[in-house]
Design a binder for this molecule. Structure first.
Ligand SMILES: Cc1ncc(COP(=O)(O)O)c(C=O)c1O
Length: 476
């Protein structure tokens, strides 16, 4: 079994007291152990991968437990709470909707869903005219994959079903989203037989599939991050497809995270522009997965603004509401309209309480200029992380990111080999020092990911950097 978990034995830690962090107990907190043990007893092991901090409440850039400790949060609860944790405006919007008396609407019309669909289209670039509101990011990705295939098959025929994505990409945990993902270790449960049953009874047998088997219709190419893939030319895209026996006319779509979440890695602008042109030439839909990047995280409202291109479809989630579960696909009307009335639905589509939270969160992001804050504070954060990289050049192989998302790529001394153990120790040390990050992600589990709420200020960034610096020194 891969993955690491945290020791639940309380240990003495040096007390911490700054404006943003306070640790005044042993860690993990002895009184929290029964809760942590219950979670380990009743939840699958897969859920035990985060630092043993029992969240009690969270506000702004801080997370609190019940025992007097306070963490500076650099996770945003996996890039969700962009407008800040527990914002009064979001809470009030949720309470108002609950008290108004509509908790669910399915696909029946409701004013709240109408308002959110209109808002999402208003925020999107011109050619993206329709919004389909769903619940989780993976669900939005599944829907985008389905729309791209449907579009290509209806318009061009069954030869055009290959979905191209990128090595090391992450698009969710469901079947389609993991087929599109580029992390082989996550796909070991998916095996597509290359033969299919034909006939029944005595005359039945097996026949080689004439067309590409479903799993083979998802093809990955290198992601030009400039670190793990040094060749950032668009030639590599075309060459990789050819090497895998894919004719460009077979491609129904290309899906990419706007930046790769696993490393906070961007592609060069020219590459993405060539990709967009290539997609247009071959009538393959370009899908940007904006589930992490959307709503200001990278210092622009949409992450793809850095590339100066517009996708045909985009998937949204996470910071869309900054709180309750809600996601969306926003895209070209001709694609979004491929299914007729009642043919593309979801039970919890546009849940009115979640939609109220989303409208309130987007409103905060706009009114408080959080996109601009992410840009300005991003310069401070990335600059400080670069200083750490220069301080520990042997073990921080690269610093990727823009705005308020960054990845420190921890490596085995002087090499490019990811050092997942070191990255894990850094995150564990940070938790003991009152700086909260989720466990390392990315290639070899080697990326320490930094993603604070977009309301963070310079003083809090410097306070977190001090803790991270100590944590790295101690981990070494
Ligand atoms: C880029 C990206 N796409 C899709 C997903 C899946 O979203 P969810 O966990 O809400 O299904 C994630 C989640 O981390 C993500 O980062």
């Amino acid at each position: 079994m891969a993955g690491k978990t945290y020791d639940l034995t309380p240990k003495d830690v040096k007390p911490v007291k700054t404006t943003y962090r306070r640790i005044s107990t042993r860690f993990p907190v002895p009184e929290s152990i029964p809760i942590l043990e219950n979670l380990r007893k009743y939840e699958p092991v897969s859920m035990s991968g985060q630092p043993p901090v029992v969240w009690d409440r969270a506000e702004g850039v801080q997370v609190y437990d019940k025992w007097g400790n306070m963490w500076l949060d650099w996770s945003s609860g996996v890039l969700v709470t962009s407008a800040g944790h527990g914002r009064q405006e979001i809470r009030q919007a949720v309470i108002a909707q609950v008290e108004h008396g509509l908790l669910h609407n399915y696909c029946f019309p409701s004013e709240m869903r109408a308002r959110l669909a209109e808002k999402l289209v208003a925020c999107a670039p011109d050619k993206l005219d329709k919004a389909f509101i769903l619940t989780t990011g993976s669900e939005a990705v599944e829907c985008a994959l389905k729309l791209a295939r449907t579009y290509a098959v209806q318009k061009h025929g069954w030869h055009k079903t290959v979905m191209v994505s990128f090595n090391r990409s992450f698009h969710g945990r469901t079947l389609g989203s993991q087929l599109a993902g580029g992390i082989p270790a996550l796909k070991t449960w998916i095996r597509e037989p290359r033969v299919v049953p034909v006939g029944a009874g005595e005359g039945g047998g097996w026949q080689e599939r004439p067309e590409r088997a479903l799993a083979d219709q998802f093809v990955q190419v290198p992601f030009p991050d400039g670190f793990r893939t040094e060749d950032t030319s668009f030639d590599l895209f075309e060459r990789s497809l050819a090497e895998q026996g894919v004719d460009p006319n077979q491609v129904c779509g290309v899906i990419t995270e706007t930046y790769q979440g696993g490393g906070a890695s961007f592609a060069p602008k020219e590459y993405m522009q060539q990709l967009a042109r290539w997609c247009a030439e071959h009538d393959a839909l370009l899908i940007f997965d904006e589930i992490q990047a959307g709503f200001g995280r990278t210092g622009t409202f949409w992450g793809f603004e850095h590339y100066d291109v517009v996708p045909d479809l985009m998937t949204l989630g996470k910071a869309l509401s900054g709180s309750l579960p809600i996601s969306a696909v926003v895209g070209r009307a001709d694609v979004m309209n491929l299914y007729g009335p009642g043919e593309m639905t979801s039970t919890h589509t546009g849940n009115p309480v979640c939609a109220a939270a989303a409208l309130a969160s987007i409103d905060l992001i706009e009114k408080e200029n959080l996109v601009e804050n992410a840009r300005a504070m991003g310069e401070v954060l990335q600059g400080e992380l670069d200083k750490l990289r220069r301080k520990y050049p042997q073990v921080i192989g690269a610093r990727h990111g823009r705005g308020l998302v960054a990845g420190l790529h921890m490596v085995k001394s002087g090499s490019k080999e990811p050092d997942g153990d070191l990255a894990f120790r850094v995150v564990a040390n940070c938790a003991r020092k009152g700086l909260l990050m989720f466990s390392p992600v990315g290639f070899g589990g080697g990326t320490v990911k930094v993603s604070p709420p977009l309301v963070i200020g310079e003083e809090a960034i410097m306070d977190g950097i001090a803790a991270l610096d100590e944590a790295i020194a101690e981990a070494l």
